[in-house]
Structure formats: structure tokens, C-alpha cells
Design a binder for this molecule. Structure first.
Ligand code: ADP
Ligand code: MG
Length: 710
């Protein structure tokens, strides 16, 4: 639309200088960009406190935690100014009163503006966060609005607060100035005319507010009840187009990117299934293999994410998919994020197929010289059927004869670029199966991983005894030692993990080193190993291998224990300073045990005094083994945190108002609506959807190309 695409420079109040600042710090170039820059919070300005009331609303104790201090609005007069300090220390102070008490105002900068604009004797509406300075309530850089003496009933409603980056602050931009500019932008839109970006029928069907109304209220809410509906409309739209884009792209890819067609289920798959499968597959494993099989002979390239909690049995699924590729005269590869994991996959798979005539090789950075050359040769002639390795697999020296399937384990450690490199190993893209144990809600997974289809292993193999988790405090160490001794005497092995102390790698190492010594003196009859982040990778490997082969019975480590390491004989996971770990991390660590048929234990050791949240976190661990439940609780307790970072960075385009995690339910809804639109309008030519396709084009033009996710 004409107005929205207008250069911001020409907007009243902007000009070339401010336009540059807006562009550099917030990426705002057009009037439309400005209108779609939303407040991150609102302050309720309908309440005006007296100074006496304020002291009871925000007592001195409440001023200790800066982030918890509320904005307070006062109405009163400045009775005195004083200029203090010299040079850089110069500051301006004022005494402000409303007749019920006094507060101090202070400015450290922009002093000329203050002396020119604020005067003794006028009445001001003051907004700011109080602080305590020398027993006196004080406001630093308050917002002051001059009001007329007769002023009453200020129907001020909610004030939008925009995030102002440092660069903008330096250029004297404030949230209030930005609000003013947005106001000016609204003035440009004649009679509230703004072209709708959603079709009428969707607005009606989903009971949404109109675009103009929603935008206006999102910036300048008058009655707080209207705000949720306005935000809902804008978030819905954003998520709807996000989902539509993803689905649309996927549809395009499915019809365009040809895949190898694996029509055959042959000798390798069948003989493995009938003769060598060491257990019967779980229902979930069977279902997932079916889903993958149907992808593999759909004619399109497969891009599938396999999600499954730790221990759900992803490896065997990967192997069986490789066998399908081999049955169709293709090679397969499995890529793991670390050498240890690659070695483990290799060992596991070698032993699973040991009675089959299958050439399986391992390629990591440690495979050197002649051995490496031989493997590379055998890979390029097609003699190697399954190549397992680290990112060594994507080096240019690796030439496959015909790579048909690439399995990528623990996906979150691989960047999009690395996956793209695998893609390019052939003229035609191999099928891709990405495996992860990170439990994230399904819709979110489908979004973050772009066009990946998602399969879920939601069932653990039978006979698994749930890991029993207990929480001890450091004063309960005797019980811990007894428990460990009992398990060691049964022939089991034990992990002990110490947290990584970010501020001090030395301290962290010390904890683990002291721990190792301590445990060795407690258990003189057993061997105690140690791994930590500062060891060279060969030494780390050696320590891990010693534990894998039961040469050491206890492994003391910092958090370097790799995700995915499989030592079924280990039955105890002790996590020291458990209060310092997040829930998801605790769950991942716990997943290192409970991999054999034996009853396994996880012991969380913490100091006795814990905050309410921490106590709750450890309690959740004791109460459930379910990764999804834990992930949900984690989000509730900590907020989206890390996951949000990962999720946001994986998005096809920046979200301006919706949040990928908090608005997950709405995203689900938006996805259904988007699916329906595509279904009802496969030719993309229904008149009622004209605005949809037009808007999608527009959005696509404005975003970075996320085309090849794998
Ligand atoms: P993850 O999904 O964490 O990678 P793994 O593939 O390492 O899990 O499997 C964990 C353990 O469970 C392995 O020891 C594996 O042999 C075993 N396992 C996998 N599937 C089954 C099954 N259907 N029945 C019994 N044990 C299984
Ligand atoms: Mg695994």
C-alpha cells in the first residue's frame, strides 16, 4: 500500500538524521515498518498516586530489586531546583511535592532541556520508577507532562513502552518520541483507511478485529479490555502467514525436488528384520519406520525430523532406514556431532549387522593415513554401504558413489550450512532424516525446522524400569555413598556429574578433580575416571572408552558427558549441585542411565537451602520421567530461555509480535487455518483468497530466503 511503503524520512518529526538512526537501530525504513514496531509492554496511566500512597504501595523493602519496582504516576509541582557537581559529575536535582510528601527528581544528562522546559510552580504529571537515595524517594529522569491546574479525570489508559536500543538513546530517542512518530504515521492514514491483509471470511470465521483497529489499539490502547483482542488479531495474522509460507514452500518442494524412489523392500531389510533384530520393535518404532518408508517412495525428497526422548530407540530406526536405501542400491550415512557418539553408533551398528555381509565404516578426524585413504576409496566405489562419522563426512574429500540417505543425529548441534553441505554430495539430494532428543512442541518443531515433516517416538521400549530419582541434600551424603557402594558391588557403573561453572573454568575443574579424589578414597576397591572440558580430545576419548569398557567403574565429569552416550551397564547418575542445572539439562543427563534392563537411579545432590523454584524443579525430576512434561514445566518455570533463542533463530522470518513459545496454541490454530486455505484453494486462484496470496508474496519479498533447510 502506498502510505505504508512511504519512506520514513518524510514523516512529520523524522527527517534524514532520525531516519538514519531508525534504520540502523530498528531497521525501520518505511511508515509500514514503523507501524509494525510494537510496544513490548504497557504502563497503566489511569492511576495517579499521592506521595503518601506511594510509600505504602512501594515500601522501602520493595525498592531492593530494580526489576520489581513498578512505574508510579504522581501529580504535583516542582518547588526547587539545584545544580550539583562539576563536569561529568554534574547533575540537576529538583524537589517535587503534591502536598502529601516530597520526592526528589534527578537528571544526569540533557540538563539544558530540563532547565528550559521544566519550571517551578507549574503542575506536572510525573511518571517513573522510584528509588531510595539518602532516605529519600527519588526519581531519575522521570517523564513530566505539564497539565493545566483544573485538570481532572485523566483518562490516560495504557501507555505503550517501546524498546529503545542504546544507539537510539544516544541520539536522544525515547519511547515517547517513538510513540509520537507512530501517532504521526496514523495521521497519514485517511479516515482510518488501511487495506485489510486478511480476507473477510477469515476475519469473520475466526472472530478477529479489523487491521486498522488492531494496529491502533496495539499502539494506543484506550480501554485495557480491547488490547488482548487487538494483539490476538495481529499475532494470529503473523502466525497464519508464517505457517502458510512454510506449508506453501513445502508443497512446492514436494512437487519440485525429486527424490530417489526407494520402491524395494529387499534382502537386507528383510533378513535383518526376520533374523537379526535383537528385540521386537515398539509400536512407535514400527509406525515411524512406516512413515519414513512412505516418504522414501513418494518420489519426492524426504526431509523428516525424528523426535524421541532419550532411550526411545532412535538408532535402530536409523539403521533400518539405511537398510532400505541399501536394498535400493544406494549408500547411506549417519552423521553424529562428536567422535564418541560416532564411535558408539559404529560399534552398535556393527554388532547389530555382524552376521550380514554389509560393509560399514567409521570416518572421523582420528582416522588417518592409509586407513583413511582406503575408506575414502571404498566410499567412492560404492563398496562401503553405511558410512558413520562426524562432520568429517561433509569434507570435500568424501565422495560417495551414490548417497541415498543421510541420517543426522542430535540435530541441534548442526547448523543449516552443514546440512546443506550433505545435500550437495550428489546431483540429486539424498533423503534426510534428522534425529533429536530435544523435546519441543510439535507445531513449533514443524515451524523451527522449516519444512521438515515430524515423526515422534512417543513410547519407550518395554521392560524399561522407570529411573528412580531421589533428591539428597549435601548433609545426606552417607546414604549416597551406601547406595553407590551397593550398585558397584552388583557390578554396575556410576556417573557423577558436576556443573560447569561459567565464571570460572578453573573452579569447575577443581570441583570435579576434588570429587574424583574424594570418591576414590570412599571406594578404594573400584577405579574412578575423570573427564572434563579442558582435557585434550584424545585424553577425553580415552577416559570415556575406559568407562565404556568397564575399565573404570565410576566416571566423574563436568558436563562434557555427551548427549547420546550409551553405557547400558551404568545404573546410577549422580548430579552434584543439581540446583545449578536447568530441568531439561537434568533430564538429558538422567537419560544416560536406565538403558539396560536393570533398575537405575538418579540422585540429585543439592545444598539444603533452596529457593521455592529450585525445590520445585528438583521435585518435578523426582515425580516424572516424561521429557515432554519436563520441557513444559521448564518453560513455565524459567520462561522459554535457551529454547526460545534456538527457536527464534530457526524461524523463516522475524516475528514482530507473536512469540514462538508463548503463543504456541495460537500457532497451532493458525496452522490449521493455513492448511485449510491451501486445501480449499490448491490453484491459489479463489477470489476470496486474493489478498492472502498477494500478502504472502509481499512478505516473501521482504524476508531472507530460507529455501534449503537441509
Ligand atoms: P536413543 O533414542 O536415545 O538414541 P537408543 O537408540 O540409543 O536410544 O536406544 C536405547 C537403548 O534401547 C539401546 O540399548 C537399544 O538397544 C534399546 N532398544 C531400542 N529399541 C528397543 C526395543 N524395541 N526393545 C528393546 N530395547 C530397545
Ligand atoms: Mg541416540
Amino acid at each position: 500500500m502506498q502510505i505504508l511503503s512511504q519512506d520514513i524520512k518524510y514523516l512529520k518529526g523524522v527527517g534524514p538524521g532520525r531516519a538514519k538512526v531508525l534504520k540502523d537501530s530498528l531497521g525501520i525504513e518505511t511508515v509500514g515498518d514503523l507501524l509494525y514496531t510494537f510496544p513490548y509492554r504497557y504502563i497503566d496511566r489511569s492511576k495517579i498516586y499521592t506521595i503518601r500512597e506511594m510509600v505504602s504501595v512501594v515500601p522501602e523493602e520493595a525498592l531492593q530489586v530494580e526489576s520489581a519496582i513498578p512505574y508510579i504516576q504522581l501529580k504535583g509541582q516542582i518547588v526547587d531546583f539545584s545544580d550539583e557537581g562539576k563536569g561529568r559529575k554534574r547533575r540537576l536535582k529538583a524537589v517535587f511535592t503534591d502536598g502529601t510528601g516530597y520526592v526528589e527528581l534527578v537528571w544526569f544528562g540533557g540538563l539544558n532541556f530540563v532547565t528550559e522546559n521544566y519550571k517551578v510552580g507549574y503542575t506536572y504529571l510525573l511518571l517513573g520508577k522510584p528509588n531510595l537515595y539518602r532516605q529519600m524517594y527519588s526519581f531519575a529522569h522521570p517523564e513530566l507532562d505539564k497539565i493545566e491546574p483544573g485538570f481532572s479525570n485523566p483518562n490516560l489508559g495504557l501507555q505503550p513502552i517501546y524498546s529503545i536500543p542504546g544507539k537510539m538513546k544516544k541520539a536522544n530517542f525515547t519511547s515517547k518520541i517513538l510513540a509520537k512518530l507512530i501517532h504521526n504515521a496514523f495521521d497519514l492514514i485517511p479516515n482510518g483507511q488501511l487495506q485489510e491483509t486478511l480476507p473477510d471470511y477469515l476475519i469473520r470465521r475466526n472472530q478477529l478485529k479489523g487491521l486498522y483497529y488492531a494496529l491502533r489499539v496495539a499502539h494506543f490502547p484506550t480501554v485495557s479490555e480491547e488490547l488482548p483482542q487487538a494483539l490476538h488479531r495481529l499475532k494470529f495474522e503473523e502466525l497464519f502467514y508464517l505457517q502458510l509460507d512454510i506449508l506453501h514452500y513445502r508443497k512446492g518442494r514436494k512437487s519440485k525436488v525429486l527424490g530417489f524412489n526407494f520402491t524395494r523392500i529387499g534382502e537386507n531389510f528383510l533378513s535383518f528384520y526376520n533374523d537379526f533384530l535383537p528385540f521386537s520393535l515398539t509400536g512407535a518404532q514400527k509406525r515411524v519406520i512406516k512413515e519414513i518408508r512412505s516418504d522414501l517412495n513418494s518420489g519426492a525428497q524426504m526431509n523428516r525430523l525424528l523426535q524421541g526422548d532419550v532411550g526411545s530407540g532412535k538408532t535402530i530406526v536409523a539403521l533400518m532406514c539405511c537398510l532400505i536405501a541399501i536394498d535400493n542400491d544406494f549408500q547411506a550415512c549417519i552423521m553424529a556431532p562428536t567422535e564418541i557418539l560416532a564411535e558408539q553408533h559404529y560399534a552398535t551398528i556393527k554388532s547389530l549387522v555382524k552376521d550380514m555381509p554389509l560393509h560399514v565404516e567409521l570416518l572421523t578426524g582420528s582416522v588417518k593415513g592409509k586407513a583413511r585413504k582406503q575408506i575414502l576409496d571404498d566410499v567412492s566405489t560404492g563398496s562401503v554401504k553405511i558410512l558413520i562419522g562426524t562432520h568429517a563426512l561433509i569434507e570435500p574429500t568424501v565422495h560417495f558413489h551414490n548417497l541415498g540417505l543421510a541420517v543426522i543425529d542430535e540435530q541441534h548441534r548442526f547448523g543449516v550450512k552443514q546440512r546443506a553441505a550433505l545435500w550437495q554430495k550428489n546431483n540429486r539430494a539424498p533423503h534426510i532424516l534428522v534425529m533429536t532428543a530435544t523435546p519441543i512442541p510439535r507445531t513449533l518443531a514443524m515451524t523451527v525446522y522449516g519444512d521438515l515433516d515430524v515423526s515422534v517416538l512417543d513410547e519407550l521400549p518395554p521392560g524399561r524400569k522407570p529411573i528412580s530419582t531421589v533428591h539428597y541434600c549435601t548433609n545426606g551424603l552417607e546414604k549416597l555413598i551406601d547406595g553407590i557402594r551397593y550398585q558397584l558391588r552388583l557390578g554396575r557403573q556410576v556417573y557423577v556429574v558436576y556443573p560447569l561453572v561459567k565464571e570460572s573454568q578453573k573452579l569447575d575443574l577443581q570441583d570435579a578433580e576434588n570429587g574424583a579424589q574424594q570418591f576414590q578414597t570412599w571406594f578404594p576397591d573400584f577405579k574412578v575416571g575423570l573427564v572434563h572440558g579442558q582435557m585434550k580430545s584424545e585424553a577425553k576419548d580415552a577416559a570415556m572408552q575406559a568407562f565404556i569398557h568397564n575399565e573404570t567403574q565410576m566416571l566423574i565429569s563436568t558436563t562434557v558427558i555427551e548427549v547420546g552416550v550409551n553405557v547400558p551397564n551404568a545404573s546410577v547418575m549422580v548430579i552434584m549441585n543439581a540446583e545449578r542445572f536447568g530441568l531439561s539439562q537434568l533430564h538429558q543427563l538422567r537419560g544416560r542411565v536406565g538403558r539396560g534392563a536393570e533398575q537405575s537411579y538418579c540422585v540429585l545432590v543439592s545444598r539444603p537451602q533452596l529457593s521455592e523454584d529450585t525445590r520445585r524443579r528438583l521435585q518435578i525430576m523426582c515425580d516424572t520421567n516424561d521429557g515432554f512434561e519436563i520441557a513444559e514445566e521448564d518453560m513455565k518455570l524459567r520462561g522459554p530461555g535457551d529454547l526460545e533463542g534456538t527457536a527464534q533463530s530457526g524461524m523463516p522470518f522475524d516475528l514482530k509480535i507473536a512469540n514462538v513459545l508463548r503463543d504456541n496454541d495460537l500457532m497451532e490454530e493458525a496452522r490449521h487455518v493455513a492448511e485449510k486455505v491451501l486445501e480449499e484453494d490448491p490453484q491459489e486462484n479463489l477470489p476470496q483468497n486474493a489478498v492472502v496470496w498477494q500478502q504472502l508474496q509481499l512478505l516473501k519479498k521482504n524476508k531472507a530466503n530460507f529455501s534449503e533447510i537441509s
